[in-house]
Design a protein around this ligand. Structure first.
Ligand code: TRP
Length: 337
Protein backbone atom coordinates (compact mmCIF):
# COMPACT_ATOMS: atom_id res chain seq x y z
CA UNK A 1 0.00 0.00 0.00
CA UNK A 2 1.10 3.49 -0.76
CA UNK A 3 2.86 5.86 1.58
CA UNK A 4 1.56 9.44 1.34
CA UNK A 5 3.74 12.29 2.56
CA UNK A 6 3.57 16.05 2.45
CA UNK A 7 5.25 19.00 4.12
CA UNK A 8 3.68 22.22 5.29
CA UNK A 9 5.83 25.33 5.29
CA UNK A 10 5.46 27.06 8.62
CA UNK A 11 4.44 30.50 7.51
CA UNK A 12 1.44 31.75 9.47
CA UNK A 13 -2.02 30.44 10.21
CA UNK A 14 -3.87 28.80 7.30
CA UNK A 15 -6.77 30.34 5.35
CA UNK A 16 -9.88 28.58 4.07
CA UNK A 17 -8.20 28.05 0.69
CA UNK A 18 -5.43 26.06 2.41
CA UNK A 19 -8.08 24.13 4.29
CA UNK A 20 -10.07 23.12 1.24
CA UNK A 21 -7.05 22.56 -1.01
CA UNK A 22 -4.60 20.83 1.33
CA UNK A 23 -5.63 20.24 4.93
CA UNK A 24 -9.04 18.68 4.35
CA UNK A 25 -7.88 16.17 1.69
CA UNK A 26 -4.81 15.28 3.77
CA UNK A 27 -6.92 14.68 6.86
CA UNK A 28 -9.30 12.53 4.78
CA UNK A 29 -6.35 10.48 3.48
CA UNK A 30 -5.17 9.95 7.06
CA UNK A 31 -8.39 8.04 7.77
CA UNK A 32 -8.40 5.90 4.65
CA UNK A 33 -7.98 2.15 5.01
CA UNK A 34 -6.40 1.72 1.60
CA UNK A 35 -3.41 3.99 2.30
CA UNK A 36 -0.27 2.40 3.71
CA UNK A 37 0.57 5.35 5.95
CA UNK A 38 0.46 9.13 6.00
CA UNK A 39 3.39 11.33 6.96
CA UNK A 40 2.67 15.03 7.48
CA UNK A 41 5.28 17.36 8.81
CA UNK A 42 5.95 20.99 9.64
CA UNK A 43 8.75 22.08 7.35
CA UNK A 44 10.48 24.45 9.73
CA UNK A 45 13.90 24.08 8.12
CA UNK A 46 12.28 25.15 4.86
CA UNK A 47 10.86 28.22 6.52
CA UNK A 48 14.42 29.45 7.25
CA UNK A 49 14.90 29.87 3.49
CA UNK A 50 12.51 32.80 3.60
CA UNK A 51 14.66 34.43 6.24
CA UNK A 52 11.75 34.54 8.64
CA UNK A 53 11.84 36.13 12.04
CA UNK A 54 12.75 33.47 14.71
CA UNK A 55 9.71 34.12 16.89
CA UNK A 56 7.53 33.95 13.82
CA UNK A 57 8.96 30.53 12.85
CA UNK A 58 8.12 29.14 16.30
CA UNK A 59 4.70 30.77 16.47
CA UNK A 60 3.78 29.48 13.01
CA UNK A 61 4.77 25.97 13.99
CA UNK A 62 2.27 26.08 16.84
CA UNK A 63 -0.47 27.60 14.67
CA UNK A 64 -0.08 25.13 11.85
CA UNK A 65 0.20 22.12 14.16
CA UNK A 66 -2.93 23.26 16.05
CA UNK A 67 -4.79 23.75 12.77
CA UNK A 68 -4.08 20.25 11.50
CA UNK A 69 -4.98 18.65 14.81
CA UNK A 70 -8.17 20.71 15.09
CA UNK A 71 -9.09 19.68 11.54
CA UNK A 72 -9.30 16.08 12.74
CA UNK A 73 -6.06 14.42 11.70
CA UNK A 74 -6.02 10.71 12.49
CA UNK A 75 -3.73 10.17 15.50
CA UNK A 76 -2.37 7.10 13.70
CA UNK A 77 -0.86 9.42 11.10
CA UNK A 78 2.83 10.31 11.58
CA UNK A 79 2.71 14.04 12.32
CA UNK A 80 6.05 15.63 13.18
CA UNK A 81 8.32 18.61 12.97
CA UNK A 82 11.04 18.33 10.34
CA UNK A 83 13.76 19.60 12.68
CA UNK A 84 13.06 16.75 15.13
CA UNK A 85 14.22 14.24 12.54
CA UNK A 86 17.92 14.89 12.08
CA UNK A 87 18.24 12.22 9.42
CA UNK A 88 16.53 14.68 7.08
CA UNK A 89 19.30 17.32 6.99
CA UNK A 90 21.87 14.51 7.10
CA UNK A 91 20.38 12.91 4.02
CA UNK A 92 20.09 16.33 2.39
CA UNK A 93 23.87 16.69 2.59
CA UNK A 94 24.50 13.27 1.06
CA UNK A 95 22.07 14.09 -1.75
CA UNK A 96 23.67 17.51 -2.21
CA UNK A 97 26.95 15.76 -2.93
CA UNK A 98 25.46 13.79 -5.77
CA UNK A 99 23.12 16.29 -7.32
CA UNK A 100 24.24 18.17 -10.41
CA UNK A 101 24.36 21.90 -9.88
CA UNK A 102 22.80 22.22 -13.31
CA UNK A 103 19.66 20.51 -12.03
CA UNK A 104 19.25 23.15 -9.34
CA UNK A 105 19.91 25.92 -11.89
CA UNK A 106 16.67 24.84 -13.55
CA UNK A 107 14.48 25.06 -10.42
CA UNK A 108 11.60 27.53 -10.93
CA UNK A 109 11.97 29.30 -7.61
CA UNK A 110 15.66 29.98 -8.22
CA UNK A 111 15.10 31.00 -11.83
CA UNK A 112 12.36 33.41 -10.80
CA UNK A 113 14.73 35.07 -8.32
CA UNK A 114 17.41 35.42 -11.01
CA UNK A 115 14.88 36.82 -13.49
CA UNK A 116 13.82 39.38 -10.96
CA UNK A 117 17.42 40.49 -10.42
CA UNK A 118 17.86 40.82 -14.15
CA UNK A 119 14.63 42.75 -14.57
CA UNK A 120 15.82 45.13 -11.88
CA UNK A 121 19.10 45.60 -13.73
CA UNK A 122 21.21 44.15 -10.89
CA UNK A 123 24.72 43.43 -12.08
CA UNK A 124 24.88 40.23 -10.01
CA UNK A 125 22.09 37.89 -11.14
CA UNK A 126 22.44 35.98 -7.84
CA UNK A 127 22.07 39.03 -5.65
CA UNK A 128 20.26 38.25 -2.41
CA UNK A 129 19.90 34.56 -3.27
CA UNK A 130 20.99 32.21 -0.50
CA UNK A 131 22.26 28.66 -0.84
CA UNK A 132 19.14 27.73 1.12
CA UNK A 133 16.93 28.93 -1.72
CA UNK A 134 19.20 27.36 -4.32
CA UNK A 135 19.31 23.94 -2.61
CA UNK A 136 15.70 23.97 -1.37
CA UNK A 137 14.66 21.13 -3.73
CA UNK A 138 17.38 18.88 -2.27
CA UNK A 139 16.11 19.33 1.27
CA UNK A 140 12.64 18.56 -0.05
CA UNK A 141 13.99 15.42 -1.76
CA UNK A 142 15.44 14.28 1.58
CA UNK A 143 12.06 14.88 3.28
CA UNK A 144 10.39 12.64 0.76
CA UNK A 145 12.98 9.90 0.27
CA UNK A 146 13.74 9.24 3.93
CA UNK A 147 10.18 7.92 4.42
CA UNK A 148 9.95 6.03 1.13
CA UNK A 149 6.95 8.10 0.05
CA UNK A 150 5.12 6.90 -3.05
CA UNK A 151 2.67 9.80 -3.36
CA UNK A 152 3.33 13.42 -2.52
CA UNK A 153 0.22 15.64 -2.58
CA UNK A 154 1.33 19.17 -3.52
CA UNK A 155 0.18 22.30 -5.28
CA UNK A 156 1.10 22.85 -8.92
CA UNK A 157 4.05 25.05 -8.00
CA UNK A 158 5.71 22.12 -6.24
CA UNK A 159 5.43 19.47 -8.97
CA UNK A 160 8.87 20.28 -10.33
CA UNK A 161 10.41 19.75 -6.89
CA UNK A 162 8.86 16.30 -6.58
CA UNK A 163 10.15 15.45 -10.05
CA UNK A 164 13.60 16.54 -8.97
CA UNK A 165 13.35 14.28 -5.92
CA UNK A 166 12.55 11.44 -8.27
CA UNK A 167 15.55 12.25 -10.51
CA UNK A 168 17.85 12.47 -7.51
CA UNK A 169 16.56 9.14 -6.16
CA UNK A 170 17.03 7.39 -9.51
CA UNK A 171 20.57 8.70 -9.82
CA UNK A 172 21.40 7.52 -6.31
CA UNK A 173 19.96 4.07 -7.00
CA UNK A 174 21.98 3.84 -10.18
CA UNK A 175 25.27 4.59 -8.41
CA UNK A 176 24.80 2.91 -5.05
CA UNK A 177 22.20 0.20 -5.63
CA UNK A 178 18.42 0.15 -5.13
CA UNK A 179 17.89 2.30 -2.07
CA UNK A 180 15.12 4.81 -2.69
CA UNK A 181 11.50 4.59 -3.76
CA UNK A 182 10.74 6.89 -6.72
CA UNK A 183 8.06 9.35 -5.56
CA UNK A 184 5.27 10.86 -7.61
CA UNK A 185 3.48 14.17 -7.18
CA UNK A 186 -0.25 13.94 -6.55
CA UNK A 187 -2.36 16.84 -7.70
CA UNK A 188 -5.73 16.95 -6.00
CA UNK A 189 -8.34 16.27 -8.66
CA UNK A 190 -11.70 17.72 -7.86
CA UNK A 191 -10.07 19.74 -5.09
CA UNK A 192 -11.31 23.28 -5.38
CA UNK A 193 -9.02 26.26 -5.85
CA UNK A 194 -10.85 28.90 -3.87
CA UNK A 195 -11.21 32.47 -5.04
CA UNK A 196 -10.47 35.13 -2.44
CA UNK A 197 -12.30 38.31 -1.38
CA UNK A 198 -11.48 40.05 -4.67
CA UNK A 199 -12.27 37.06 -6.90
CA UNK A 200 -8.63 36.21 -7.66
CA UNK A 201 -7.16 32.97 -6.30
CA UNK A 202 -7.14 33.09 -2.49
CA UNK A 203 -3.54 33.72 -1.52
CA UNK A 204 -1.57 35.47 1.18
CA UNK A 205 0.39 37.30 -1.50
CA UNK A 206 -2.83 38.93 -2.78
CA UNK A 207 -3.96 39.81 0.73
CA UNK A 208 -7.44 38.51 -0.11
CA UNK A 209 -7.74 35.59 2.31
CA UNK A 210 -10.27 34.45 4.88
CA UNK A 211 -8.27 32.99 7.79
CA UNK A 212 -9.58 29.55 8.70
CA UNK A 213 -10.08 30.17 12.40
CA UNK A 214 -10.92 33.85 12.44
CA UNK A 215 -13.50 34.71 15.09
CA UNK A 216 -17.16 34.72 14.17
CA UNK A 217 -17.71 38.48 13.94
CA UNK A 218 -14.67 39.00 11.80
CA UNK A 219 -15.64 36.08 9.59
CA UNK A 220 -18.98 37.73 8.95
CA UNK A 221 -17.31 41.04 8.16
CA UNK A 222 -14.95 39.46 5.65
CA UNK A 223 -17.73 37.56 3.92
CA UNK A 224 -19.70 40.80 3.60
CA UNK A 225 -16.66 42.21 1.76
CA UNK A 226 -16.55 39.54 -0.95
CA UNK A 227 -16.78 41.10 -4.39
CA UNK A 228 -20.02 40.69 -6.33
CA UNK A 229 -21.46 42.51 -9.34
CA UNK A 230 -24.16 45.18 -9.55
CA UNK A 231 -27.07 42.83 -10.25
CA UNK A 232 -30.21 43.52 -8.22
CA UNK A 233 -32.18 41.04 -6.10
CA UNK A 234 -34.66 39.23 -8.36
CA UNK A 235 -32.33 39.20 -11.36
CA UNK A 236 -31.20 35.67 -12.29
CA UNK A 237 -27.47 35.29 -11.58
CA UNK A 238 -24.69 33.09 -12.90
CA UNK A 239 -23.38 30.87 -10.07
CA UNK A 240 -20.32 29.89 -12.08
CA UNK A 241 -19.16 33.48 -12.13
CA UNK A 242 -19.68 34.05 -8.41
CA UNK A 243 -17.06 33.96 -5.67
CA UNK A 244 -19.78 33.45 -3.03
CA UNK A 245 -21.01 30.37 -4.85
CA UNK A 246 -17.50 28.96 -5.36
CA UNK A 247 -16.79 29.19 -1.64
CA UNK A 248 -20.18 27.76 -0.70
CA UNK A 249 -19.68 24.82 -3.04
CA UNK A 250 -16.29 24.00 -1.53
CA UNK A 251 -17.98 23.32 1.81
CA UNK A 252 -21.44 22.06 0.89
CA UNK A 253 -22.79 18.71 -0.28
CA UNK A 254 -23.81 18.20 -3.91
CA UNK A 255 -27.50 18.41 -2.99
CA UNK A 256 -27.03 21.68 -1.09
CA UNK A 257 -25.01 23.09 -3.96
CA UNK A 258 -27.73 22.18 -6.45
CA UNK A 259 -30.30 23.91 -4.24
CA UNK A 260 -28.24 27.11 -4.19
CA UNK A 261 -27.83 26.95 -7.96
CA UNK A 262 -31.61 27.04 -8.07
CA UNK A 263 -31.66 30.12 -5.82
CA UNK A 264 -29.24 31.88 -8.18
CA UNK A 265 -31.59 31.16 -11.10
CA UNK A 266 -34.43 32.63 -9.05
CA UNK A 267 -32.39 35.76 -8.41
CA UNK A 268 -31.24 35.53 -4.79
CA UNK A 269 -29.91 38.94 -3.65
CA UNK A 270 -26.20 39.30 -2.90
CA UNK A 271 -26.90 40.40 0.67
CA UNK A 272 -28.98 37.33 1.35
CA UNK A 273 -26.41 35.04 -0.25
CA UNK A 274 -23.65 36.54 1.88
CA UNK A 275 -25.64 35.97 5.05
CA UNK A 276 -26.39 32.41 3.99
CA UNK A 277 -22.73 31.73 3.19
CA UNK A 278 -21.62 33.17 6.51
CA UNK A 279 -24.03 31.02 8.48
CA UNK A 280 -23.10 27.91 6.55
CA UNK A 281 -19.35 28.29 6.91
CA UNK A 282 -19.59 29.42 10.48
CA UNK A 283 -21.58 26.30 11.41
CA UNK A 284 -19.07 24.18 9.59
CA UNK A 285 -16.04 25.69 11.34
CA UNK A 286 -17.40 26.37 14.81
CA UNK A 287 -16.25 23.22 16.56
CA UNK A 288 -12.89 23.17 14.85
CA UNK A 289 -12.35 26.79 15.80
CA UNK A 290 -13.00 26.00 19.46
CA UNK A 291 -10.59 23.10 19.35
CA UNK A 292 -8.00 25.31 17.66
CA UNK A 293 -8.29 27.92 20.41
CA UNK A 294 -7.95 25.20 23.03
CA UNK A 295 -4.78 23.88 21.40
CA UNK A 296 -3.23 27.34 20.96
CA UNK A 297 -3.64 27.85 24.68
CA UNK A 298 -1.91 24.50 25.35
CA UNK A 299 1.46 24.64 23.56
CA UNK A 300 2.88 22.00 25.93
CA UNK A 301 0.27 19.56 24.78
CA UNK A 302 0.93 20.32 21.11
CA UNK A 303 4.65 19.91 21.74
CA UNK A 304 4.09 16.48 23.25
CA UNK A 305 1.97 15.42 20.28
CA UNK A 306 4.80 16.50 17.96
CA UNK A 307 7.35 14.65 20.08
CA UNK A 308 5.30 11.46 19.85
CA UNK A 309 5.12 11.94 16.08
CA UNK A 310 8.86 12.51 15.88
CA UNK A 311 9.47 9.27 17.76
CA UNK A 312 7.38 7.33 15.28
CA UNK A 313 9.18 9.07 12.42
CA UNK A 314 12.64 8.34 13.81
CA UNK A 315 11.79 4.69 14.28
CA UNK A 316 11.73 4.61 10.47
CA UNK A 317 14.39 7.15 9.58
CA UNK A 318 17.16 6.01 11.95
CA UNK A 319 17.58 2.42 10.74
CA UNK A 320 17.04 3.50 7.12
CA UNK A 321 19.68 6.19 7.43
CA UNK A 322 22.14 3.57 8.70
CA UNK A 323 21.65 1.67 5.44
CA UNK A 324 22.05 4.81 3.35
CA UNK A 325 25.27 5.77 5.13
CA UNK A 326 26.66 2.33 4.49
CA UNK A 327 25.70 2.49 0.83
CA UNK A 328 27.77 5.63 0.30
CA UNK A 329 30.75 4.43 2.33
CA UNK A 330 30.20 6.10 5.68
CA UNK A 331 30.91 2.90 7.62
CA UNK A 332 32.40 1.63 10.80
CA UNK A 333 36.02 0.60 10.38
CA UNK A 334 35.14 -2.73 11.88
CA UNK A 335 33.35 -3.42 8.60
CA UNK A 336 36.68 -3.15 6.75
CA UNK A 337 38.48 -6.39 6.24
N1 TRP B 1 7.98 23.13 -0.41
C1 TRP B 1 6.65 22.81 0.01
C2 TRP B 1 5.77 24.05 -0.12
O1 TRP B 1 6.26 25.15 -0.13
C3 TRP B 1 6.63 22.31 1.43
C4 TRP B 1 7.43 21.06 1.56
C5 TRP B 1 8.64 20.93 2.16
C6 TRP B 1 7.06 19.79 1.04
N2 TRP B 1 9.06 19.65 2.07
C7 TRP B 1 8.13 18.93 1.39
C8 TRP B 1 5.97 19.31 0.33
C9 TRP B 1 8.11 17.59 1.03
C10 TRP B 1 5.94 17.97 -0.01
C11 TRP B 1 7.02 17.11 0.33
O2 TRP B 1 4.57 23.92 -0.21
Amino acid sequence: MEIVLTGITTTGAPHIGNYVGAIRPAVAASWREDVGGTYYFLADYHSLVKGSDPDQVARSTLEIAASWLAAGLNPESVFYRQSDVLEIPELAWILTCMTAKGLMNRAHAYKAAVDENEARGNRDPDQGITMGLFCYPILMAADILIFKADKVPVGKDQIQHVEMARDIAARFNHHFGETFVLPEAQIGEGVAVLPGLDGRKMSKSYDNTIPLFIEEKKLRKLIMKIKTNSQEPGEPKDPDDSTLFAIYRAFATDAETAAIRERYAEGIGWGEMKQLLFEYINDHLKEMRQEYARLLAAPDHVESVLQQGAEKARAISEPYMAEIRKAVGIRSLTDLR
